[in-house]
Design a protein around this ligand. Structure first.
Ligand code: NAD
Ligand code: TYD
Length: 335
């Protein structure tokens, strides 16, 4: 694999994947196509500066942008997406444009160019909630929020292209990911940066919702393995098995930060809040994947990173984020 197109490479996981590729494969050239939405940030790619790296600003749902970026590439790792559930609950038009129509454009243009591997990065949220046990890859898709529905739709286009045109499509379904450079709308970076500022940690509902936390570099190593060694047409779950209730996550973060548990504030629940996500990752483990960073080490490293990199998140929190935060959390925190 000589030249890989990474869409959404200026986001949280995409930028970690770019760093991972440049670090691990001395001969690879990475092309990033990113629209630089509110979540895209060139600061995330500072460490990627190299003559083996090209950045293109553009939209995956725009045919010319997609075609131009994939020229000369032999593989695509498709991360670009609208990624936040709360935003999808407030309006899903951008989710449909990027996560569904955008996937279709990538698939059509990749087919026209005979691209050899197309990996669609998806999520465990496509399965919906599960009370006990864990979903394997052949479980039915029951997405329960607009973000998850748009990701499921994108995946189905991928599988349909594989079935009808033989497109070499691979799908990964990763669990909740955390680590450095995550936009502070997501639970972990929101809680950490709020705690640094002595601000409340807003926990939805009773805080007993369960997520399975995966360190970002482990998510990247899983995606890399599937991109290189997975079987086209197949789906691979990626999860570490770190199931935690949100309450437990918030309490442990506050402990690690020597901050008071009184910062925890229970607020009105998110609409349709999925109770528990759990997936069975034996298929990718059989391919040779093992996560390298446990929950305690990953959390400590993440807290340390946000403490040491205020330059990165303070300007985000002062910008458009402020308006988003006040609109969503203002009413919740004053109820
Ligand atoms: P993110 O929101 O941090 O980054 C998304 C990136 O995509 C941004 O750089 C943004 O500018 C770019 N983008 C958005 N719309 C675009 C468009 N139309 N054209 C080009 N670029 C566009 O997201 P993330 O958390 O890094 O997630 C990356 C992928 O991983 C997504 O597909 C997401 O569904 C999936 N995923 C995320 C998680 C998680 O916990 N964060 C878990 C499983 C799967
Ligand atoms: P999030 O990071 O938004 O990921 P997802 O919704 O994709 O799982 O949220 C993780 C969990 O934390 C989820 O159960 C919702 C909860 N949560 C809160 O309790 N408060 C918050 O302010 C946010 C953003 C999330």
């Amino acid at each position: 694999m000589k030249r890989i197109l990474v869409t959404g490479g200026a986001g949280f996981i995409g930028s970690a994947f770019v760093r991972y590729q440049l670090r691990r494969y001395p001969d690879v050239h990475i092309v990033v196509l990113d629209k630089l939405t509110y979540a895209g940030n060139l600061d995330n790619l500072k460490e990627a500066a190299s003559d083996r790296f090209t950045f293109i600003r553009g939209d995956v749902a725009n045919r010319e942008d997609a075609a131009n970026a994939m020229n000369g590439c032999d593989a695509i790792a498709h991360f670009a997406a609208e990624s936040h559930v709360d935003r999808s609950l407030a309006g899903a038009a951008d989710f449909i444009s990027t996560n569904v129509a955008g996937v279709n454009v990538i698939l059509e243009e990749a087919l026209a160019r005979g691209i050899k591997r197309i990996l669609l990065v998806s999520t465990d949220e496509v399965y919906g909630s599960i009370e006990s046990g864990a979903f394997a890859e052949d479980a039915p898709l029951r997405p329960r929020n607009p973000y998850a529905a748009s990701k499921a739709a994108g995946e189905l286009f991928g599988l349909a292209f594989h079935a009808s045109h033989g497109s070499p499509v691979l799908i990964t379904r990763g669990s909740n990911t955390y680590g450095p450079y995550q936009y502070p709308e997501k639970a972990l970076p929101l809680f950490i940066t709020n705690a640094i500022d002595g601000q409340p940690l807003p926990i939805y509902g009773d805080g007993r919702n369960v997520r399975d936390w995966l360190f970002v570099d482990d998510h990247c190593s899983g995606i890399d393995l599937v991109l290189r060694n997975g079987e086209p047409g197949q789906i691979y779950n990626i999860a570490d098995g770190n199931e935690k209730q949100n309450n437990e996550v918030a309490r442990r973060l506050l402990e690690l930060m020597n901050a008071s548990p009184s910062l925890i504030r229970f607020v009105r629940d998110r609409a349709g809040h999925d109770r528990r996500y759990a997936i069975d990752s034996s298929k990718i483990r059989a391919l040779g994947w093992t996560p390298a960073t446990g929950w305690e080490d990953g959390m400590a490293a993440t807290v340390r990173w946000y403490k040491e990199n205020e330059w990165w998140w303070r300007k985000i929190k002062r910008g458009d984020f402020r308006e988003y935060y006040d609109r969503l959390y203002g009413p919740l925190l004053s109820e």
